[in-house]
Write a protein that binds this ligand. Structure first.
Ligand SMILES: Cc1cc2nc3c(=O)[nH]c(=O)nc-3n(C[C@H](O)[C@H](O)[C@H](O)COP(=O)(O)OP(=O)(O)OC[C@H]3O[C@@H](n4cnc5c(N)ncnc54)[C@H](O)[C@@H]3O)c2cc1C
Length: 380
């Protein structure tokens, strides 16, 4: 096989974004993208806040965006709030179409689908078939590893149903959290994305210590939530499932040499949400911003250290949430979080918390949320 500047192992979100960034910044780059499934991107709807990503990255993200809304709502027992700011959705289907065509249409690049990689080394990849390929930078984006034994983490777990309704739902903005539902087993909310006048993606989401998911119960939960909102379901169009780790232990160590573990595989995600989109965009922009021969070095170490500091702080928040707060009280943390200034909420989702944000997150007045007063015996 030819020699490539980049060998991207795993055709998921992270490597899809790296392809987009490379095409924008290094149009001549020779890319080999290898995915074991028949399609790129799996089965996801990825959402992000526009302010999560830098303006220069939005240009190359644009082709992936399928839906866009001017803001979103949250609902808690004692709070209803609309937060302004563009919120966008990218689907696996679009990622497959755009990234797949982008690699295939470039004469010196190549897309391998239904090709499993068995070994990933610096500068070389071995396929299950026994074939080896060599290249400049090898990026290992094979997605999450199974949780290690004894790893300390909570989970954001959800099941989503895309619903075709009999009538228009009338929602103009996503409902990011409807937490006006039973909270006795831990923080739980419904997430509702209006995809079309009579089309919705509804997810039943739990923050829980256990990664176990009960799909039937969640499906029933979604349908009864839809009924409680007066939405008559005509058809279930598709389903997606996620069990996203929210760890509170382990250190993120900036990579010093190849292969570069990226995306979930390399710990490039937000431990406080289990989401990876903003971090994946940043890493894609970083990789594309320098020649392959100059990728490893002090700049990558500094870039990684910035991520490591954010990770460390969000580990602390997770410990607080999952270890120190009784399950039935956890929703109050989020209710308080959504009373904070919109800029702090935005910085939290983008994983770029400043010292002022950290102070606001931790210095609670009633309702206590993350305040140390609660931990020390104060009341909500
Ligand atoms: C249903 C769902 C919804 C989510 N929604 C959001 C969201 O809205 N916003 C957000 O920020 N985050 C979201 N996340 C979290 C996170 O962004 C995703 O999990 C994201 O897909 C992780 O990207 P990744 O590239 O690291 O891994 P993946 O996207 O999982 O990609 C890994 C790819 O590698 C391939 N692969 C694995 N092993 C091999 C092998 N040996 N050889 C070849 N290929 C291989 C896999 O088939 C897969 O395609 C969501 C997660 C899920 C599960």
């Amino acid at each position: 096989m030819d020699h490539f500047d980049y060998i991207l192992v795993g055709g998921g979100l992270q490597n899809g974004l790296i392809v987009r960034a490379l095409r924008a910044r290094r149009p001549a780059a020779r890319i080999l993208l290898i995915e074991r499934a028949a399609r790129l991107g799996g089965n996801h709807t990825w959402c992000f806040h526009e302010e999560d990503v830098e303006a220069r990255s939005r240009e190359w993200l644009e082709a992936l965006v399928v839906h866009r809304w001017p803001g979103y709502d949250v609902r808690f027992p004692r709070l209803r709030r609309t937060i302004e700011g563009v919120y966008s959705a990218v689907t696996s289907e679009r990622l497959h179409a755009v990234v797949g065509a982008e690699v295939q249409d470039h004469a010196a690049s190549r897309l391998l689908l239904e090709s499993e990689v068995s070994d990933v080394e610096a500068g070389r990849v071995t396929l299950r078939s026994g074939e080896t390929v060599e290249g400049g930078v090898v990026v290992d984006g094979r997605g999450p590893l199974p949780p290690a034994n004894g790893s300390r983490a909570g989970y954001q777990k959800f099941l989503g149903l895309e619903l075709q309704l009999a009538d228009a739902h009338g929602l103009e903005r996503p409902l990011l959290m409807d937490a006006t539902v039973d909270q006795s087993e831990g923080f739980r909310f419904f997430y509702v994305l209006p995809l079309a006048p009579a089309g919705l993606l509804v997810e039943d989401t739990y923050f829980h210590q256990s990664p176990a998911l009960e799909p039937d119960a969640l499906r029933r939960g979604i349908l009864s939530y839809a009924a409680s909102r007066g939405w008559e379901v005509r058809r279930i169009v598709r389903e997606e499932v996620g069990v996203l780790p929210m760890p509170w232990s382990g250190r993120f160590v900036p990579p010093r040499r190849g292969p570069l573990a990226a995306g979930y595989r390399g710990g490039w995600f937000h431990p406080g949400t289990g989401y990876s989109f903003p971090v994946a965009v940043r890493l894609a922009e970083f990789i594309a911003g320098r020649p392959p021969s100059a990728l490893f070095g002090p700049q990558l170490t500094r870039f990684g250290r910035r991520h490591a500091r954010q990770v460390l702080f969000t580990h602390f928040l997770n410990r607080f949430l999952f270890r120190w707060y009784p399950p039935a009280a956890r929703h109050s943390i989020f209710e308080r979080f959504y009373r904070l200034p919109a800029a702090t909420i935005g910085d939290f989702y983008a994983l770029r918390l400043t010292s002022a944000d950290r102070f606001r997150l931790l210095s609670g007045r009633p309702p206590s949320g993350l305040s140390l007063r609660y931990r020390l015996g104060g009341k909500d």
